[in-house]
Design a protein around this ligand. Structure first.
Ligand code: C2G
Length: 131
C-alpha cells in the first residue's frame, strides 16, 4: 500500500487541482490531502473564498482523495510523513525544490502545474467582468 501526501489550499476547486490530485493518486494507492486551515492561510497571506470545512467537503467528494487532514503550519510535513507512513510527497512544480529536505523521509515528486488556471485568475476574471 503506497501512501501519497500532498498539501494545499484548494480554494475555488478547479481542474488544475483535479489534475494534480488525479496524477498524485496514480503514483500510489492511498492519497492524503493536508488542507490548509483558514488560520494557516492567513500565515500564507491567502484569504480563501471558501472556509476550511467547505474546502474539505469538496475535496472529500473527489474519487482520488482518501483522507483530508488539516495543514496548520509550515513545519508539520516531516511528522505527517512519519505519522501516516507516507511513501511519496507530491506538489505542483511551482514548489519545485522547496521541499527537497523531505527526501530523507520519503520520495519527493513535483508535477507540472496545469497551465492558465489558478484560483487567483478565477477571482481576477470574475472581478473584471463585474466592471
Ligand atoms: N496546482 C496545479 N495547477 C494549477 C493550480 C494549482 O497543479 N493550475 C497545484 C499546486 O501546484 C499545488 C496544488 O495544486 O500542488 C494546490 O494548489 P494551492 O491550493 O494553490 O496550494 P498552495 O497555496 O500552493 O499551498 O505547504 C504547501 C502549501 O500548503 C501549498
Amino acid at each position: 500500500m503506497r501512501r501519497v501526501i500532498t498539501y494545499g489550499t484548494f480554494d475555488l476547486l478547479h481542474y488544475g487541482h483535479i489534475n494534480l490530485l488525479r496524477r498524485a493518486k496514480t503514483l500510489g494507492d492511498y492519497l492524503i490531502v493536508a488542507l490548509s486551515t483558514d488560520e494557516f492561510n492567513a500565515l500564507k497571506g491567502k484569504k480563501s473564498f471558501f472556509p476550511y470545512e467547505k474546502r474539505k467537503l469538496l475535496l472529500e467528494a473527489i474519487r482520488y482523495v482518501d483522507l483530508v487532514i488539516p495543514e496548520e503550519n509550515w513545519n508539520q510535513k516531516k511528522s505527517d510523513i512519519k505519522e501516516y507512513h507516507i511513501d511519496l510527497f507530491v506538489m505542483g512544480d511551482d514548489w519545485k525544490g522547496k521541499f527537497d529536505e523531505l527526501k530523507d523521509c520519503c520520495e519527493v515528486v513535483y508535477l507540472p502545474r496545469t497551465p492558465e488556471i489558478s484560483t487567483t485568475e478565477i477571482k481576477k476574471t470574475l472581478h473584471d467582468q463585474e466592471k
